[in-house]
Design a protein around this ligand. Structure first.
Ligand code: PPS
Length: 288
């Protein structure tokens, strides 16, 4: 398949060449956002597709037609992917745009716009576990090796999309900005309804209680696991080996406890403290 084994490096970070070229990354950096754009930013495996589904459903007031008939990468395309320019609407309507890029790459473009940014983060231990399993079946990512090997690379920022720590810190520095909304995977996991309501408030979308019920139902893990528009089953086996894993894998908080040894956990905590000690947001509850 196209560029399946290629790695693209941009601003010191590596990206899968199957989805990115130097040109697509440069175009992302220079993109002109519209003030009505909604931007989802995440480090991979932090609940990106879940947020795409929720925003799709909020924008349709709970009507599931779009969510069930249009693939997520069409209705909320990734800004830095090669297909972005041919997919994104240019007509000034409401757009949901997704990105895994760190803030610094997008800073000039975002500073000149009033686009609303939703930054979603997840407990990094669960991100590492989810990312490890994804590497086993996504053929555009390198072989992960053992979980221990992968975790070392994750902690050193040597995985595709770079360091989780730098990514989170780069975005959270702008948390006070009025057009910025920060939410975690765990917030959504523990209080989905409340999280949807907060998102509606941020987006100035008023939904009735029945409409909120519908959003909540359609973005549940079970429902999304059955929805081929989001569960990656439309992606060809040459790109994802579906016999080796599922995109909608477990959808829980705390799965890291089934994967980490005591030594891996204590090294992780040590590096976490060093990296995140000046960060305002504490992922404490998610880490214990
Ligand atoms: S990607 O490849 O970066 O776009 O992946 P991303 O969407 O960020 O993250 C995938 C993980 O999110 C889980 N997921 C959900 N969890 C709970 N509820 C819902 N509705 C939901 N939808 C997606 C998905 O299962 C992946 O996590 P793991 O831990 O691997 O199960």
């Amino acid at each position: 398949m196209d560029r399946i084994n290629i790695t693209e490096t941009f601003a010191g970070i590596s990206y899968p060449g199957h989805l990115h070229t130097r040109e697509s990354l440069k175009l992302a950096q220079d993109f002109q956002f519209q003030d009505t754009d909604i931007v989802i930013s995440t480090f991979p495996k932090s609940g990106t597709v879940w947020m795409q589904e929720i925003l799709t459903l909020i924008c349709s007031k709970g009507d599931s037609l779009v969510a069930e008939t249009v693939p997520n990468w069409v209705r909320a395309p990734w800004l830095e992917h090669t297909y972005f320019r041919e997919t994104v609407q240019e007509n000034g309507g409401l757009r949901i745009i997704t990105t895994h890029l760190p803030y610094d790459i997008l800073a000039p473009a975002l500073k000149n716009s009033k686009a609303k940014v939703i930054y979603m983060a997840r407990n990094p231990k669960d991100v590492a576990v989810s990312y490890y399993h994804f590497h086993k079946f996504a053929k555009f990512l390198p072989e992960p090796g053992t979980f221990g090997d992968f975790l070392d690379r994750f902690l050193n920022g040597k995985v595709h999309y770079g360091s989780w720590f730098q990514h989170v810190k780069s975005w959270l520095r702008h948390q006070e900005n009025a057009s910025f909304f920060f939410i975690t995977y765990e917030d959504m996991h523990w209080d989905l309804r409340g999280s949807i309501e907060k998102l509606c408030g941020f987006l100035n979308c008023s939904l009735s209680s029945e409409e909120l019920d519908s959003v909540e139902q359609h973005c549940s893990f079970n429902r999304m696991s059955q929805n081929s528009m989001v569960n990656c089953t439309l992606i060809s086996p040459e790109i994802m080996d579906h016999s080796k894993g599922k995109f909608m894998r477990k959808g829980i908080a705390g799965d890291w406890k089934q994967h980490f040894t005591v030594a891996q956990n204590s090294l992780f905590d040590h590096i976490y403290q060093e990296e995140m000690c000046h960060c305002k947001h504490r992922f404490h509850t998610a880490l214990d």
